[in-house]
Ligand binder design. Sequence first.
Ligand code: NIG
Ligand code: FE
Length: 394
Amino acid sequence: MTTTLITNIASLVTNDPAQGDGTPLGLLTDAAVVLDGEKIAWVGPADKAPAADETYDAEGRAAIPGFVDSHSHLVFAGDRTQEFNARMSGRPYSAGGIRTTVAATRAATDEELEANVTHYLAEALRQGTTTFETKSGYGLTTRDEARALRIAARHTDEVTFLGAHIVPPDHADDPAAYVELVTGEMLDACAPHARWIDVFCEKGAFDGDQARAILTAGKAKGLHPRIHANQLSYGPGVQLAVELDAASADHCTHLTDADVDALAQGDTVATLLPGAEFSTRAEWPDARRLLDAGATVALSTDCNPGSSFTSSMPFCIALAVRDMGMTPDEAIWSATAGGARALRRTDIGVIREGARADLALLDAPSHVHLAYRPGVPLVGEVWQRGSRRVTAER
Ligand code: NIG
Ligand code: FE
């Protein structure tokens, strides 16, 4: 196996507190990393680096672990430009817009859906994302949900069954029958292709009892829960997530003090999705409140054609710092190690011996520039599983 030494890194975020400055970012200056095949073999000061087969000079740039985008909806067709335009003229966002994408997705061929996934993944990779989770949820029939998951599973291990995204128009008169379908035949067809099960627990989507029934059925089939919780209004989603030991409660925009306490005490990560608040002109989630209470926070894109059509983790970092009370260090941790926690993974989101060789070099001297220089394409080079996948012109 070929070994590669990446040296002359001015500032390296390792997310390993045993390294460097003793903060959660484990920041090393004048650092080097050795990659061996798909794994990291060595991390430390550049002047102590072992020899390797190949050497890459980072020329004094900063490096970070590849972003872990733990929440996206990439298996879809069509777009919702008109809905976005109307919203920017004052129309409020509602869960019902999902139906537009459901119609387009059902009408699309497998090839069209696959091409879309590939396109948005390449876009995300160019911006430093080396791991992503993605969901079904725009099919809402047994056939269409299962095919969405099969397509997603060709691109990532982190696949989520979201048959309970909304009650589709064909079941509008009988939501209970739809819950029965999701927990029965649809779950049987989908479980083999997924690791996670998710529910949109919200007014206009699924209430707490329905969400509990769906997630419990998923657990019985070996899927682990994560929940779209407390996005558009206060509600039972966060408490349910903690009660069921969901890996993550996602959105967390409207939280009571009891919700914040539950997240601080349980193992459920609070995943914040600022692209959604940006694109729906909604109130920001209060990351500071969660962090000060001791909750673990992840940042993700929620990339989807309705509420957050961005694949950019750097954009989400900039929003989180500007509008959600996070420091740049906290935001970068949440977009890397936080995402890994939300997926219950220890091999990604960290630059440590034995971890997956996923990292991004920034055309900047420090990770802080991701928030300091918003909208600037700072991701220069990306290694994913030890292979150099992105090389920007300099
Ligand atoms: O996470 N909240 C539910 N699902 C998506 C929105 C999907 C859509 O509007 O198409 C979200 O924001
Ligand atoms: Fe979502």
